[in-house]
Design a protein around this ligand. Structure first.
Ligand code: ATP
Length: 379
């Protein structure tokens, strides 16, 4: 089956999956709770005093670079690994407590798991793969629920097919349907889209988001892709070196980053240094407010490319003024390399402008700053 048939996916009908129970409510109001989790692998600190909770119906993204400890936390939640310190709760139930050695095995935790590679049972057809997690219901009900989920994922025509005839994207959707079928208390998704090509990935992300939301499924999604986190998440927790650096609404994380690492993690930034004077720091494109940082403090200033609004000036280039080095169309935005002057110094900066805005090399420009996307941190 070609990947093209992935485009058969229809938009979802209103409402959740018929015959599927709502996820179990929790008296603590938490679908998943990780409390004071710490864990080392020899010299590597994979988790250091992690406190994280996923609320019912919430989609929380755990975002961070490779090796920061995201998968390890997901494995603790699933019961695939025992943390050396701390507690794990799923719904109202304590699943593990390193102190009193409480331990509930994975198969009793009522969690759904999907990894990067869909691992389907090759000897079972699609409908039996999806129904596999429902052994306690009648065969009729099992098939009914599986078909309802497959229909929601545009996979109804493949119900009788075997995994080897499905594309990667279709297999990943079957894995998602299989994990969702038993109405888990929490879905744990570990980079489930990273093995797919870009267009298919966008489509399956979108389908997955709608499916999870329609069914009110609390979800912990692990990703290293900031765009994916912004697209999917109700809340984001940013991780580095086994620690959670910042957690909050995606807008808070993007617009009020707590440190340079969080700013840089979301993409290209223009970086410069300066000293705070009169509550602000001078940059080649104008002063930036320094917030609560005291005068005289040496700081770094990070300015996102979209904070630079480029205006093309008429007439020939004035050699002390800013000019264009190069411009490229990225699709929905244009990327402009700028040369900006401050005194005798020249700075190479990057600007993003919406739509098609492609000034020529050497064109004179004025650069205006959006202060909401400029961040100042003490050095
Ligand atoms: P990626 O995005 O690459 O999957 P991650 O953020 O999910 O990375 P983890 O897989 O949780 O990171 O790993 C965190 C650290 O712990 C890494 O340095 C990894 O090498 C180490 N680690 C994970 N599992 C084990 C293990 N079983 N034994 C030894 N080291 C491990």
């Amino acid at each position: 089956m070609s990947a093209a048939s992935d485009h058969l996916v229809s938009r979802f009908p209103a409402g959740g999956v018929a015959g599927m129970q709502a996820p179990c409510p929790s008296p603590t109001g938490e679908a998943l709770g990780l409390e004071a989790i710490s864990h080392n692998f020899d010299a590597i600190t994979a988790a250091q005093d992690i406190n994280l909770s996923v609320q019912p119906e919430e989609l929380l993204c755990l975002l961070g670079p490779s090796g920061c400890g995201k998968t390890t936390l997901l494995r603790f939640a699933a019961g695939l690994e025992r943390p050396q310190a701390g507690r794990v709760r799923v719904g109202n139930q304590l699943m593990s407590d390193a102190q009193d050695r409480t331990w509930v095995p994975p198969e009793q935790r009522h969690v759904g798991l999907v990894f990067q590679d869909a691992v389907l049972f090759p000897h079972l057809n699609v409908i039996d793969n999806v129904g596999f997690g429902l052994p306690k219901v009648s065969a009729r009900e099992r098939a009914q629920r599986a078909r309802a989920l497959l229909a929601q994922l545009g996979l109804a025509p493949f119900a009788e097919s075997f995994p080897h005839v499905l594309s990667g994207g279709q297999q990943q959707r079957v894995a998602l349907a299989r994990a969702l079928a038993p109405a888990p208390r929490i879905m744990l998704l570990d980079e489930p889209f990273s093995g797919l090509d870009a267009r298919l990935r966008d489509r399956i992300r979108d389908d997955t988001l709608h499916l999870l939301k329609r069914n009110g499924t609390a979800t912990l999604l692990v990703t290293h892709d900031p765009e994916e986190a912004l697209f999917m998440a109700d809340r984001i927790a940013v991780m580095r070196d086994g620690k959670i650096i910042q957690q909050g609404h995606p807008t808070d994380i993007y617009c009020r980053p707590v440190d340079p690492f969080v700013v840089r993690f979301f993409g290209d930034v223009n970086e410069m240094r300066g000293v705070v004077m009169d509550g602000r720091v001078d940059t080649p494109i104008g002063p930036v407010a320094a917030g609560h940082i005291a005068d005289g403090t040496a700081v770094q200033v990070l300015i996102r490319p979209e904070a630079l609004n480029v205006e093309k000036l008429a007439g020939p280039r004035d050699h002390s003024g800013s000019h264009v080095l190069m411009s490229r169309l990225l699709g929905g935005a244009s990327f402009i390399h700028l040369c900006v002057h401050q005194g005798n110094d020249e700075y190479h900066m990057h600007a993003h402008m919406p739509g098609v805005f492609l000034p020529e090399r050497e064109d004179p420009i004025a650069v205006h700053l959006d202060p909401t996307q400029a961040f100042v941190f003490p050095l």
